[in-house]
Design a binder for this molecule. Structure first.
Ligand code: FES
Length: 87
């Protein structure tokens, strides 16, 4: 498990191992735009302000993933204990 902090609202949510970031946000009433939910379309890409993503999407290039500036909320996870999202 890891945590996500929503920079704009200041909320911090725990993401359990069996839920995606997007599922966790929705369950907590945070509106996220989703489409494919498989890491393909890029709809859910969100700016990552802090933390290291474990990228699982197929939308960003390897270079974009390495830059670690955006994260696909439908499928990607975290390598650091906390991710700070521009939400
Ligand atoms: Fe399509 Fe996340 S919803 S990449």
């Amino acid at each position: 498990a890891f945590e996500v902090r929503l920079e704009r609202s200041g909320r911090t949510l725990a993401v359990p191992a069996d839920k995606t970031i997007a599922e966790t946000l929705k369950e907590n009433g945070v509106d996220v735009e989703l489409s494919c939910e498989q890491g393909v379309c890029g709809t859910c890409l969100t700016a990552l302000l802090e933390g290291e993503a474990d990228h699982r999407d197929f939308y960003q290039t390897e270079a974009e993933q390495a830059a670690n500036e955006q994260i696909a909320l439908c499928c990607s996870r975290a390598r650091s204990p906390l991710l700070v999202l521009d939400l």
